[in-house]
Design a protein around this ligand. Structure first.
Ligand code: SMG
Ligand code: MG
Length: 375
């Protein structure tokens, strides 16, 4: 089946987080993102580009994504016959980079093709489970006792896996405090590239706490130093920012830079590449899990569908909607089940309905492509 996108709309949204989220690169009080709606043959597909307000996690921001989507990527997609969402790769073959912007369009294409065929995203991707195990990612807190309180509250909510954000100076003592309070809990940490080789000692000290993994300790463009560190630690390293393609994943595994991979469709330029990384890791017996980017209900629905694939053997950073937003922009919202899982949507496409009134309430900027002057 071929579809031709006729028109694209963009909303730049700013949504208040229920609690600020602090990582090694800064603190976010609001989540900014670009929401996309593509129309083709009377169907509409929704996507989310998770680039943030500030280039801390990635060089992409809402500003760069807006520019690249509006001026380059969407014009290359509009009126082009496409047979599947995977055709986005050839549509954008002339351009480099900007995976988060690409993934936003790709997601809207998956939603379109799913609605056109009556298939859920889970079915299209080859997902198997109807609910997926999840955990919660906890930002850096004022001090270790506060961190323990916050962790306790999430455990009371029902989360059975905790991820702690760390940075130099806020690592071993924070982890020790949480481990002491909760000796059995599944625990992992994420440094978002905040360390270098000279600071490796505090990372090595984390070997004492029975962590599931240590995520992205070193620079995103440095597989070799990760391999150096992995050879000096028992805890598996997990790469996030370093892995932008299946090729990166293969090379990271070949050089021994990690033992686990965090799969985020956004960082990989979309779900097509995410499934390729999953398939590679599965064939090599490497565990993967689905990362998170504080998504709205749109991106969260997609992450749940992806995490239902059989190689996702570790809990994802896919928490309940209420952990992030008091009012999400899509329905139904996602709730945590008693066994620390979330149900995978079953409806056609993403299986969620965007609420236009809620979207308009959080929108700070809108655009239509092609614009009024371009026909
Ligand atoms: O979506 O629950 C979530 C956040 C998970 O910690 C999380 N993501 O590096 O893995 C990561 C961070 C990036 C967030 S920056 C917005
Ligand atoms: Mg990470």
């Amino acid at each position: 089946m071929n579809l031709r996108v006729e028109r694209a709309e963009l909303w730049h949204v700013r949504m208040r987080l229920v609690s600020p989220f602090e990582t090694s690169f800064g603190v976010e009080h609001d989540r900014e993102a670009v929401i996309l709606r593509l129309r083709a043959d009377g169907i509409e597909g929704w996507g989310e580009c998770v680039a943030g307000a500030f280039p801390g996690y990635s060089y992409e921001t809402v500003g760069t994504a807006w520019h690249v989507l509006q001026d380059f990527f969407l014009p290359a997609v509009i009126r082009r016959p496409m047979g599947s969402a995977a055709d986005l790769r050839s549509a954008l073959a002339a351009s480099k980079g900007h995976p988060l912007a690409r993934a936003g369009i790709e997601l809207a294409l998956w939603d379109l093709f799913g609605k056109a065929s009556g298939m859920s995203l889970k079915e299209m991707l080859g997902g198997e489970r109807s609910s997926v195990p999840v955990g919660v990612s906890i930002g850096i807190q004022a001090d270790a006792p506060t961190l323990v309180e916050v962790a306790a509250a999430y455990l009371r909510d029902g989360y059975r896996r905790l991820k702690l954000k760390i940075r130099p100076g806020r690592d071993v003592e924070d982890v020790r405090a949480v481990r002491k309070a909760f000796p059995e809990v599944a625990l992992q940490v994420d440094a978002n590239s905040a360390y270098d080789r000279e600071q490796a000692r505090s990372l090595q000290a984390l070997d004492d706490f029975g962590l599931l993994l240590v995520e992205q300790p070193l620079a995103e463009d440095d597989l070799l130093d990760h391999a150096w560190l992995q050879a000096r630690m028992r805890t598996p390293l997990c790469l996030d920012e370093s892995i932008l393609s299946e090729r990166h994943a293969r090379q990271a595994l070949d050089v021994g830079a990690c033992g686990v991979i965090n799969i985020k469709p956004a960082r990989l330029g979309g779900l097509t590449e995410a499934v390729r990384v999953h398939d590679l890791c599965r064939s090599r017996g490497v565990p993967v899990w689905c990362g998170g980017m504080l998504e709205t209900g749109i991106g969260r629905a997609a992450n749940l569908a992806l995490a239902s694939l059989p190689g996702f053997t570790l809990p994802g950073d896919i928490s309940a909607s209420a952990r992030y937003y008091a009012h999400d922009i899509a329905e139904p919202t996602f709730a945590l089940n008693a066994d620390s899982t979330i149900d995978v949507p079953a409806g056609a496409g993403l299986g969620v309905e965007v609420q236009l009134d809620s979207l308009e309430r959080v929108a700070v900027r809108r655009a239509v492509v092609p614009g009024a002057t371009a026909r």
